[in-house]
Each structure stands twice: as structure tokens, then as C-alpha cells.
Design a protein. Sequence first.
Lengths: 734, 138
Amino acid sequence: MQTLSITSLIKDSPSAVAILDTQLRFAGNSRVWLNDFCPDHESILGKNYFDVIPHTPEKLKSILCECLENGSRNLSEGEKFIFPSGKIQWLKWKINAWTNSDEEIGGLIVLLEDVTKTKRLEELYQKAERVARIGGWEVDMTTNFIYWTDITKDIHEVPRDFKPDLETGINFYKKGEHREKITNLITNAIADGTPWDTELIIVTKKGNEVWVRAKGEVEFLDGKCVRLFGTFQDIDEKKKTELKFLEATQRLEIATRGANVGIWDFDIVNNQLFWDDNMYLLYGIDKKDFNGVYEAWQSGLHPGDKIRGEKEIAMAISGEKEFDTEFRVVWPNGETRYIKATAVTQRNADGKAIKMTGTNWDITELKNTQMMLSKSQESFFGAFENSDTGMAIVSINGKWIKVNQSLCSSLGYKEKELLKLTFQQITHPEDLQNDIELLNQTIAGEIPSYRMGKRYFHKDGSIIHGILTVTAVRNINGKILHFISQVTDITPQIENEKKLTRLVDITSEQNESLLNFAHIVSHNLRSHSSNLAMLTKFLVKEESDEERQNLLGMLSGASDSLNETILHLNEVVQVKVGALEKMKSINLYDSIKNVKKNLNLIIQEKNAVCEINIPKNLMVSAIPAYLDSIVLNLLSNGIKYSSPDRKPLIQISSEVNEENIILSFKDNGLGIDLNKHREKLFGMYKTFHRNKDAKGIGLFITKNQIEAMSGKIEVESTVGVGSTFKLHFKKPLT
Amino acid sequence: MNMNITKIKSVCIIDDDPIFIYGTKRIMNEVDFADEIIIYNDGLAAFDGLKAMTKKGEELPSMIFLDINMPIMNGWEFLDEFVQLPNNNSENITIYIISSSVDPRDIARIHEYKVVNNYILKPISVEDLHNILKHVGS
């Protein structure tokens, strides 16, 4: 029963052991075998191996057969099998043939172990090592033997058969701080067991610089370091990214500090607010004076902006409105600063706001500039509105954009009416070209502004004299936005100037006529006085009574002439001093009718016809006595100097133009040669016909009278056909 | 009477003042000034008369007393016309302006007319006529 006893011994073996006969039938097995490989069987004794374990890998099948045939042994530390079902099984075996007493092969002893679990873990570690590029290493301090895993070798870019020692290992670290640092760390670890974990640069065999993370620990035995071991990880990519990120962050920090931009971050989920250092600067406060950022923010915010600020943040979180606002902060020293704030809200996949990141920057300067600008605008418009000078903002095409009251009243338009017009429309045509030329020069940038005297048309059609100053307003790029025009209304001055010129003209005319008058007076008086003297002398000597009578007659005539001359002179002087204030509104027709009545006798005598074609209601502004005198003179002249060849016809008519009433006396009398006599016609004591009663005073006085009434007299005449005298009267003031 | 005094053959007075004409004629007769005195009452009448004489080939008066202020054609206008008359003895004609005017502009104006000899202020006196005769004689 030897055999049986062996079998029963095997039964309790701690490993999975089976004894097979030459037919590969189980002759014995351990309980572990039954558990591990045939859990469904109660007993497998006498059963064929392949019947019991049908899915034995083909390779193992042939090994079993081979060992049985040759009596050889086979060993495997672990073999991976993939079954058609996809199942992976790692098996470890030891197969031996056994011989009976006859030295014949009696069967096989099989030691089988399922190492799938262990092997799988091992494989995973290896994979992880490769993927994470984490290598391992170990130094045996007693033998100074150093071991590197393949990944560690790969990181160092050395061949797999490379044999490092501690020194060569250290020398891979970059010379300088990196090598010094690792040396110190290892020295310390050996000395007192401090583990290390550091990030350093190594220079690989191929000369590449690579960032690595080196971790190490030590093992002590009896207070002596016996082993160093650790991991070695390639973190080059991560490290470089990290460094770049750090660089970018620093750059951002410099930029934000330089630009006075504060950055904040609000973790909505955890209700935490974070500020960078600039934020504290912007709020003029010290970080350490506050327990939390929220407290700091609340204390800095201007009370008037608190509610709005909170509301705007709530709106940003709810997604109603992006956070983009301005608010005030009050510094501890009481100074108010303006802050511009914007933020971006980050949301999770569900659209829920989880974080807000924002910026603050100080816009106080900008705000102050804005306020100053708006103040200066206000004061400009104040000045604009209240200026006595006409002012306007004019577009490039000449349209009025804005006009002030003064300009409106100068031009007689309402603001609305004026805004519908262009400056071209109300500029006097003679001044328009000059204006436009200067304007174009301004647009071209040849001149910054210009100034010119020009005429505008008032709404009522009258002329407004102005001094125009035009300045171009440009934007920062030099493009013209509009023009500012200033118009000083100098119409009253121009009118005064005209009046003054007229006054000067009248004065010099009067001076001239006074001088003439003085000579005329002197001449006339002298001629009469010399006659008187002469006649008296003759009279004294004369003895003949008859001649004395003749002389006395002449003496009396001369004295009458002297008298008459003095009367004329008096009349002229009266006209000269005639005052305008005596001007009245007179019915022209009535006046002429009256004068005509007084002349009825001569009219009848001469058998003359006098037609009056004047509207009966026509009024003129005149001094009544002068008007009578003028009409009497012209009417009687017309009769006096009638042609003996035809029946005298005098036609009196009127016409009215814009400024004057023109009264015409047209006769068919002798006529006057105006080529010869025009200049003397209205002179004193000028006569042109050998009429006894021609005194040469009538037209002189008529001219003086009409001029005294601010009117004038004109004449047209043809010898032998007749004359027309035209009198210009002022219209009465209505 | 002075031996140098030469009697004027024919004198012409152009003036619109009848009293002046009367007086001048009377004085001329007193001093035996001229053989013949021709009178015109205005410039135009004088011009027409003198022109007619020229046409007839008659000799014009050798002396003219001319007033300035006259109706129709004054003294200046007469002169303007007169100098243009084709005249065979114009060089021998002496013209005196006789006027009451003391206007310096009138006196200055005589220089514009070569034919005008002098300006005599009215009234004309015996002395004036004597001086004229002396001047003519010399």
C-alpha cells in the first residue's frame, strides 16, 4: 500500500499537486488542486486530465505529452494564456515524470499554480510605469549596487544594459543648483533618514535637459543606512507648462499692477471672494485690516452705490445682464474714486453660475476729465445762448445745426425757421463767393479760421451787415466736425456811418453852396450898390432937368432891384435854414389843386391846359409852404416859357416806387438846351430865356426847397418840344 | 487931354444891366472914348451879332467890355464861343471883363483866356477908361 500512502500524503500538500499515470489519469491530487482547478468535482481519481480540465491550453497539453513520452521535466515561472472566450489566465507549473521500481515511466507529477491575479497586477504596474514615465531605482549601500528600472533608463536616455552607480547617477543632474541640491538631499537622507521629493533638471545621455521628479527614501538596519530607493518621474512637459503658466501669470500681474487693474474672483458655490493685491490698492485699504475680502469690499463701496452694486452682481449671476458697471469707492482718507468693473460669469454644464471673475480699474481721472468736459460744454452753451454776438454751429454743407437767440433776432427768423435754411440761402450773392472760398481754405486746413465783413438778408429782405468769424472744430484725427460761426451785427453802425457820410456830404455841399451864396450875395448887392453910386454921381452933376428925371427913375428902379434882391436872398436863407421837423403828411392832389386855383388867371390868359393825374388820396411828406412854392414855381414856369407855336399843355402826374413819390410836371413849352445849361439850370440868377419876368431865382429856390425836404429834382428837356421836371418826395411815415 | 490918348474906333458893351449900360455909355461920352458903342444885353445876342458882322466881312469892334453874370449865355460861355469865330482882326481885339463879382475864382479864371486883357470891377470910372486908353496908346 505504498502507493496509497503517497497519494494520501499528496492530498494534504499546501500546493496544487497532481500525480498522473501513463494514461494521464489522476492517480492522486492535493485538495488545493481540486479547489483551484476542479471545484465541480468531488473526486477526480482515475479520471483523465483533459476530461477534468477540458480547457487546458494546447501548449500545456503538448508539454504534458512530451514530458510523459521523454520522461523529461518542464518548468514555467508564469505563462499567459488567452482563451477563446477572452479569459486571461496566468499559469505557473513544474512538471516531472516519475518512474516505477522497474525504472519505467509511471506517469507525471504536476505542480500547477494560477498566478493570474499577481501577474495582472504586475502587468498593470508596468503599464502605469510606462504611461506615467515613472521609473524606479534602488541602491544597495552594502554592495553599492545600483538598480534602475527600464523607464528610469529610458528617462536618462541610456541603453537598457546600462550599468549605473551612485556617482554616475548623481552626475546626470544638471551641473549647478540641481546637482548640488540632489547631493545635499541624498547626503541628508543617508545621515538622518529624511526622505526627499524634489523637482530638478537632468541632462540625459543624449544631452537633453529634462525636468524630473525624484523621490527617495532610506532603509536603516542597526542605525546604519543599508538601502536607498525611490522613484524617478519625467515631468518635463508638465513642468514646462507650469513654468510657462507661472511666467504668464507674472506677466499678467505686472500688467495689471501697471495698469492699476485689480482682479477678483468670486466662488459662488462656496461664497468666497478673492482679491489680488491691486484690488486693495484700488480701494486704498490694507489687506490685514480686514477679516475677509467681502468685509473689505462692503466697507469701501460708496453707500449710494451699494444696493445697485449688489443688484448688478445678482443680475450677472442670474444671467440677466453682463456685469459691466461703474461705482464709487470711498477711501479711508475720504477721497472718492471712480471704479469701472466688468466680470465674466462661469457656468457649469447645467448653466448654473459657479464663479465670477472680474476686473476693477480706477477711472477717476477719466471721470474727472469727463466732468470737466461737460462743465466746459455747459459753459460754452451758456455763453452761446446768452451771447450778444450771433453764434451758430454750422455743418460742413452750410446747414445751421444750432443758432442762438441773438443771431435769430439779427436776421429776423425764428430758431425753427433758421434751422431749415443754409447760410448760403441768406447770404448776399456778392459776398457768397468770398465766403465759400475762405470756407474751402479752412476745410483744406490752409487756414484755421477766417473773418470777413459780409451781408445777410433779413427775413424782411433788408440787408444786415455783419462781421463773420468762422472757426473749424476738428476731432482728434483732424476731421472737421462742424464750424462755429460768430456774426456781429454791425448794421446800426453801417447805417450810422451812411448817415454820417450823408451828413458830411450835405455839410460840404452846404459849405460849398454857402460860399457860392456869399459870392452871389456880394455880387448882387455890389451890382446894385455900384449902380446906385453911379447914378447918384450923375445926378449930382446933371443939370438937365429932363435927364435928372430919367436918372431919378433909374435910381428908383435900382433901389427896387436892390430891395427885390434882398427879398430873394431872404427867401433863400429861409429855405436853407428850413427844418425837417416841419415835415407833414400832405395830400398832394389838394395842394396842387389849390396852387392851380391861384394861377387860374394866367392859365386863362395864355389859354393853357393843366391836367392833374394824381390819385386823390396820395400823401407825401413835405413842408406845406415849400410844396406850395415848388408847385407854383414849376406850374408858372410851364406857362411862362410856353411855346408861341402851340397851345400850352401842362401834365402833372405821379408815380410811387419803393422809397419815393415822384411828381412830374411835363410841358410842351420852349425847352432848354441841357447840353449847355444843365449845370446852371438850378443856379441862382440864371435865366435861359429872354423873358421879362425871368429872374433866375425860381428853380434855384425850388431845388433848395426840395433838397431841404430830403428830396431831389431832375429834368429832361428838348428845345422846341418841352420839358419834364421830376420831383422826388419822401413817403409819409405810416 | 494927353497927346498919347487914342480914341477907340468901335467899342462893344455886353451886359444885361440897363443901368450899367447907361452909366458906362455916359462916361464914355464924357471922356470921348470911342467913335461907336455897340450894346448887347446877353452873351448870345452878342455872339450872334458879332458872328453876323464877321460874315458880312465887317470889322469887329476893337474893344469888348464883357459882363460875366448874364442870362442865356454868360460871359465865360460867350468867350468859349467867341474864340472859335473865324475872325480877321481878332488879334487887335482887346477884351475887358467888367463884373461886380469879387469871387477870386472868377478873377483867376480870366487867365484861362488869352484874349482877355484885364478884369475891371464895377462900377467903371473915368479913371478906368483913361488907363485903358493909355494902355492901348502905348
